[in-house]
Structures are given as structure tokens and as C-alpha cells.
Design a protein around this ligand. Structure first.
Ligand code: PLP
Length: 389
């Protein structure tokens, strides 16, 4: 066994695809300490920097005082503390859906939704660049899977027309793609949903708190808030905490409570996590300046990169992919940026398709204008050295 794994690891290394855990210490929202050196962190998903917001941290600390460190039971047994009910009501109201159900995290929420709601005679249409949690969820489902071209609604429609089934047709997509930063055309998707009676599941993991005038998500951008069959979103990104929510109607949520295995068979979240999520949600829904401040920084970073000739593909927000292509080259670019005090990761297969290895940088609200200029300068130097611009 060990020999077999050793050999495979050698192949992974030879392909420039080896991953190693980096243990680090965060100093602030934007700075980390790694092997004795301080770096500017350009790969956090805490877009609004709320994980270090004093009110969010205080809410978590107070909840520990009231409820203890853990719940030590699954939600179906004695883990559904009242903090869950408050947060579920508030997130459903913010997102304009009938009901919300909190899962331990987004990965488990996605696995739970798709595998529980689909039957073997159904068909799932899935975007070719969907997140691993969505891919794994379709693998666990017994429904037929049909992969459509990334964001291509006419390809999707063609495949829908071709598929004969006595069951239901599901479409599953991220709304902001996590490695590309581009947006699914939800208006067009809603039109297809109505035309063909589809069941649409959207993943707003990277959109919640970031996109739309009120930060509701990409649904808000396209004027389709609350109109999908099921939405998943996380507290672990812009909301700075941990955990995930599923939004839908009463019946669907009730069914998930009774049948979703990733909901039923795992320990409930600690009260501190729920309290932090609730406080973050209150900040975001009560005050648009968090989001507006983020977008000022996003605009400056994108403008700077585009000005130097970087190709940012179709990305639109704080997730900025700089596609390098070759895995080794992406790792080398990462190494050079780390040499200049910038911490980010080379994203390689199987996270992204082969031949599209990239640097994925993210902009967060706590970056200062000086941080951004420093980052642009360093990325420009490395980009020129490596022939990326
Ligand atoms: C991060 C992410 C998830 C998983 O959410 P977690 O709460 O981190 O488990 C699911 N879908 C997408 C698109 C993501 O980016």
C-alpha cells in the first residue's frame, strides 16, 4: 500500500502538482506570519474582513460564556440550540426565501441537497466548472448527470431538449465561480426554468455579502432574488464565520430535515460560530458601506492589473484569476511572489482544468490603498519576468 502511494506521490511531484500544508499564523485580516516572515495575504475569502470585526468576535466570545464551547450532539438529537432558529429566520429574510436550514458547512450542504432531492429517474445538468462539492454531490446521487459548457445557456438548453425522462430535471450551478470569478446568467437560467419546468439549485458561496446592491448575491444582480428552487450559501466566506445555509420552501426544507444525511449525522455547530454568523449578517444587512468599501478596492486592483496588460478573463469581482497555464510555471510564479512578501497559492488541477493553472488572488476590504499598490507592483514585476504580460 505505502509503496503504491509513494509512487503516486512521485508522479504528483513530477507534474508540479504536489500540495503541502502550510502552517501559518494570521496577524490581521491582511497579514500572516509564515516560517518567521510576514506576508501580505492575497488569498483570503473574508471579503468584508468580518472575521476580525470586533462586534463579530465579541458575539462569539459572549456565546461561549452562555452556551459553552461545543454543542456535542447532532441537530436531530439535542444540538439544535435556539441560536439556530434565530439565524435561520434572519438569513431566510435577508435572502427572501421561505425557509432556511443551517448545515455544518457548504461542502456538506451541497452533498446533502443534491443527493437527497434527486431520484434515480431524474437528470442533473451541471456546469463543467462547478465546485468539487457539487461534483461530489452529483456522484452520490443516483440521477443521470449531464455536463454542460461553462455558463453556456444555449448548450444547456440543447441538452435539456435532448433528454427524455419521466423524472425531474435539475440544473446545478455556482453563481460566482470560485476559481474564475465569473457570474452565471441567472436571468436566462430563470427563463429556462420556467420554460422547461426545471428545478434550479444555485450555490452563492462567494456571492453572499458581496454581490448585488444590498449584498444579497448574484440573484439580486439579475433581479431574481428568492426565485430559485434551492439556494446554498456559506457563512465561511464574506460573513467571516463558519457553516452554511440552504434556502427553499417549507416542504423542501422539511424533507431535508428528515432525509439529508449530512444534516442528520454530524455534530451541531458551536453557539459561538452561530453567534458570529448572526452578528456578521446583521452588519451586512444593515449597512452597505462594508460592501461598498470592498468594491472600491476591487476596482482599483482590477484597473491596475488590466492596465499592466493582465488577462483577467471574465472575472467580475474580488476573485481575480491570472491564468498561467503550466503547473510548474504557476508554482514558480507563486514562489517569486512569496519572495516579494505576497502570500497566495498556485491553483492547479484537479481544482481547475488541466492546462489552466493559475494564481487566484482575492481582494478584501481591509487591504489598504498602499497594500494594493504594493501588490500591483510585485505582481507586475513577476508577471513581466515570467512573460505573463
Ligand atoms: C467554499 C465553497 C463551498 C464550500 O463551503 P464550505 O462552507 O467552505 O464548506 C461550496 N461551494 C463553493 C462554490 C465554494 O466556493
Amino acid at each position: 500500500m505505502k509503496e503504491r502511494l509513494h509512487k503516486r506521490l512521485q508522479n504528483i511531484r513530477a507534474a508540479g502538482n504536489y500540495r503541502e500544508i502550510k502552517y501559518l499564523k494570521p496577524i490581521s485580516a491582511t497579514r500572516i506570519l509564515y516560517e518567521g516572515r510576514e506576508y501580505l495575504n492575497l488569498c483570503s475569502n473574508s471579503y468584508l474582513s468580518l472575521h476580525v470585526h470586533p462586534e463579530v468576535m465579541r458575539a462569539a466570545a459572549e456565546a461561549i460564556g452562555d452556551y459553552g464551547a461545543g454543542t456535542c450532539s447532532s441537530r436531530s438529537v439535542s444540538g439544535s440550540i435556539d441560536s439556530y432558529r434565530d439565524l435561520e429566520v434572519e438569513v431566510a429574510a435577508f435572502k427572501q426565501y421561505g425557509r432556511a436550514l443551517i448545515f455544518p458547512n457548504g461542502y456538506m450542504a451541497n452533498i446533502g441537497i443534491i443527493s437527497t432531492l434527486t431520484d434515480e429517474w431524474d437528470v442533473i445538468f451541471t456546469d463543467e466548472l462547478n465546485h468539487s462539492s457539487l461534483i461530489d454531490s452529483t456522484r452520490l446521487s443516483r440521477a443521470k448527470k449531464v455536463v454542460y459548457r461553462h455558463l453556456d445557456m444555449s448548450d444547456l438548453e440543447k441538452r435539456i431538449r435532448k433528454e427524455r425522462t419521466g423524472g425531474k430535471k435539475f440544473v446545478v450551478t455556482e453563481t460566482v465561480f470560485s476559481m474564475d470569478g465569473d457570474l452565471a446568467p441567472l436571468g436566462e437560467l430563470l427563463r429556462l426554468k420556467e420554460k422547461y419546468g426545471l428545478h434550479v439549485v444555485v450555490d452563492e458561496a462567494h456571492a453572499t455579502g458581496v454581490f448585488g446592491p444590498a449584498g444579497i448575491g448574484v440573484e439580486e444582480v439579475f433581479g431574481v432574488t428568492g426565485k430559485m428552487d434551492v439556494q446554498m450559501g456559506t457563512f465561511g466566506k464574506a460573513l467571516g464565520s463558519f457553516g452554511a445555509f440552504v434556502l427553499s420552501d417549507e416542504v423542501t426544507i422539511d424533507y431535508l430535515v428528515n432525509r439529508a444525511r449530512t444534516f442528520m449525522y454530524t455534530t451541531a455547530l458551536p453557539a459561538s460560530t452561530l453567534a458570529a454568523s448572526r452578528q456578521a449578517l446583521r452588519l451586512v444587512s444593515g449597512d452597505r458601506t462594508y460592501k461598498d468599501e470592498l468594491w472600491d478596492k476591487v476596482r482599483r486592483m482590477r484597473e491596475g492589473l488590466l492596465g499592466m496588460g493582465f488577462d483577467l478573463k471574465e472575472s467580475q469581482g474580488p476573485i481575480i484569476p491570472i491564468v498561467v497555464g503550466d503547473d510548474h510555471k504557476a508554482v514558480e510564479a507563486q514562489r517569486r511572489l512569496m519572495g516579494r512578501g505576497i502570500f497566495l497559492q498556485a491553483i492547479r488541477p484537479p481544482t481547475v482544468p488541466s492546462g489552466t493553472a493559475r494564481l487566484r488572488l482575492t481582494v478584501i476590504r481591509d487591504l489598504t490603498p498602499q497594500d494594493i499598490e504594493y501588490a500591483l507592483d510585485a505582481i507586475g514585476v513577476v508577471g513581466r519576468e515570467m512573460g505573463l504580460v
